[in-house]
Design a protein around this ligand. Structure first.
Ligand code: AGP
Length: 605
């Protein structure tokens, strides 16, 4: 999941390339680089580390030129150093790449056997060498077409040529790529977020598309060299929501704007006057749906687990859930009466997109629940339900998770009502309770000060456990994931009832154990599991909505969230676990918005 930018202009491009790379850093930040065509030469500058390092290099040694490409890297092949940073250039061509060339070793051996040498450990350099060789006999366009035919795996490419200083060629298979249009310049970029500060007119390449871009023209071809046309989208103007304002970092902003984003999301779907949900045009007539299949990765998968409980509780539907990287390789028994739902904040996650592609090949109906309606997953689905959370920049997903949960809950209500699995009273009451969610979330955010103190319990711990039952179990998983990805501390999320089947062996004196136990049908059983932990020295941090004071010298900390419709409680319980992970990471001086080794959009498998 790297970030690509290309600009063809009538003025110098390096400043705009740097600014775009800063916006793309959420896609990868191991290293950065750019190349421009100036004085009929390829001028390449690269660095390991963040874009600001590249900016310092350019400050000392400016690079001019009205055409160029840039790249931020999340390392797949080769360590994140300056040699492996993109662009990869020869004296006639320069290439930036997002994706994985699966036959790169084989191609590299073949080229080396012809006496060609490589500088880097990357798969991308193979592309550079192949095009360089082809350019000896053909035009840039034909050289690229010929090279693409040899590549297996995924790529989004940006390519510039010493001998053709006015064009950039882009090509896409499996990794996202977009084109932006402006009066005196045109752009190539990994996504609209990188381009929207320069234009609101965007086209998206699909797999098998290629573009040739100059400052005043853009042409599109398919890989069979046939000219094609691409739709131009006008982007919504949500520039202000993509800035962090007065917040210390994007994650803080995105945690604290959840009452607002959830209110927006609910209002998009719920008609409070008619007490109805405005979801129609199902791809399968609701009464004919046989089963719901929910698929996602990471946090998005956790929202699928929560939704399984909701669909089972509210509808008569059978529900299956799976992690996308497993689903895409399983021997799935497809059924045309199943509705396959793909949950993805970015809408670009490679495994989720591939799982969706598998469904399309099997002619079954698909729905995507995404934050970006222009994304690959959204554009390839039969039906899209946006979460309206606004751009989420922090790599650790927060407001998007809550948006996914709310849309899944709303969908379960609509299906339950349409299929007569719930009556009007239940339906109307549930809709009314949804209106209370934003204010209840505001109350949850007020637990921050206590959680800040609670966070200290983790600093010297060997690890931690998050436990829950029923709807609280996936929230336990999400809490553990948040703590891992933000603070780099080991954490396990587990069904509380499973502890005695092995994980209890992990419990030792002082180990922090977060018990998530709202006053629901599982409460007493979870308390019993908690006693098992206390008996072995575990330090309990307790999150509940129970009004009763649970005075117990063994509970180190108690955090209480407001009471609300029991089915909505997991949404409230999420706030304390987000804040906990955030504050532990702060105490550990971790990079909150860009945790090590991660990237926001995992566009490689
Ligand atoms: C969430 O905090 C993680 N950054 C990660 O697990 C993420 O949820 C996962 O990569 C899926 O991303 P998507 O929602 O964009 O598909």
């Amino acid at each position: 999941m790297c970030g690509i930018i290309g600009i063809a202009s009538n003025k110098s491009v390096s400043t705009n390339i740097i600014n775009s790379l800063k916006k793309l850093e959420y896609r990868g930040y191991d290293s950065a680089g750019l190349a421009t065509i100036y004085n009929n030469e390829i001028n390449e500058k690269k660095c390991s580390g963040r874009v600001e390092e590249l900016e310092k290099i350019l400050f000392k040694n400016p690079t001019d030129g009205n055409l160029g490409i840039g790249h931020v890297r999340w390392a797949t092949h080769g360590v994140p150093n300056i040699i492996n940073a993109h662009p990869h250039s020869s004296d006639v061509v320069s290439v930036v790449h997002n994706g994985i060339i699966e036959n790169s070793n084989e191609l590299k051996k073949e080229l080396e056997s012809k006496g060609l040498n490589f500088k880097s450990q990357t798969d991308t350099e193979v592309i550079t060498i192949l095009i360089t060789e082809a350019l000896k006999k053909m035009t840039p366009l034909n050289a690229v077409f010929q090279t693409l035919q040899k590549l297996k795996g995924s790529f989004a490419l940006g390519i510039i040529f010493k001998s053709h200083r006015d064009i950039i060629i882009g090509a896409r298979r499996g990794s996202p790529l977009a084109v932006g249009y402006s009066k005196e310049e045109n752009y190539l970029g990994s996504d609209s977020y990188a381009l929207k500060s320069m234009t609101n007119k965007i086209s998206y390449l699909d797999d098998g598309d290629l573009c040739i871009l100059s400052k005043d023209k853009v042409e599109f071809y398919d890989f069979e060299q046939k000219k094609i046309n691409k739709k131009v989208y006008i982007l919504s103007d949500d520039k202000n929501t993509a800035e962090k304002g007065d917040y210390k970092n994007f994650m803080a902003k995105e945690i604290f704007e959840q009452p607002t984003t959830i209110k927006t999301c609910v209002n998009e779907y719920v008609d409070n006057l008619k007490k109805d949900i405005n979801i129609y045009n199902f791809p399968i007539e609701p009464k004919k749906i046989n089963k719901i299949v929910l698929v996602g990765c990471g946090t998005a998968y956790h929202s699928c687990i929560v939704a399984k409980y909701w669909f089972e509780e509210i509808t008569s539907l059978d529900v299956e859930i799976d992690i996308a990287s497993e689903f895409r390789y399983r021997k799935v028994k497809f059924n045309i009466n199943n509705l396959y739902i793909f949950v993805s904040q970015s809408g670009e996650t490679a495994d989720t997109a591939a799982a969706l592609e598998l469904c399309k090949k099997n002619n079954v109906k698909t729905c995507s629940i995404v934050n970006s309606v222009e994304s690959t997953i959204a554009r390839n689905s039969d039906w899209v339900l946006p979460i309206h959370a606004g751009p989420e920049i922090g790599v650790a997903s927060t407001k998007a998770f809550l948006g996914q949960l709310v849309v899944l809950y709303i969908l379960s209500l609509k299906l339950g009502k349409t299929r007569n699995d719930i009556n009007q009273t239940t339906y109307s009451t549930s809709i009314t309770n949804l209106e209370k969610l934003p204010d209840s979330l505001k109350e949850c955010l007020k637990t921050e000060n206590r959680i800040q103190v609670m966070a200290k319990e983790f600093l010297d711990a060997k690890g931690s456990m998050f436990l829950g039952r029923g709807l609280s179990f996936p929230i336990a998983l999400e809490g553990a994931l948040k703590l891992k990805e933000l603070s780099y501390l080991h954490a396990e999320g587990y069904p509380a009832g499973e502890m005695k089947h092995g994980p209890l062996a992990l419990i030792e004196e002082g180990l922090p154990v977060i018990v998530i136990a709202p006053k629901d049908k599982y409460f007493e059983k979870t308390i019993s599991n908690m006693q098992e932990v206390i008996a072995r020295g575990g330090k309990i941090l307790f999150i509940t909505d129970h009004k009763k004071e649970l005075i117990n010298e063994n509970i180190r900390f108690g955090i209480r969230v407001p009471t609300i419709d029991k089915l909505l409680t997991p949404i409230l319980l999420t706030i304390p676990i987000q804040l906990l992970a955030y504050h532990v990471a702060l105490l550990k001086n971790c990079d909150i918005d860009k945790p090590r080794n991660l990237a926001k959009s995992v566009t490689v498998e």
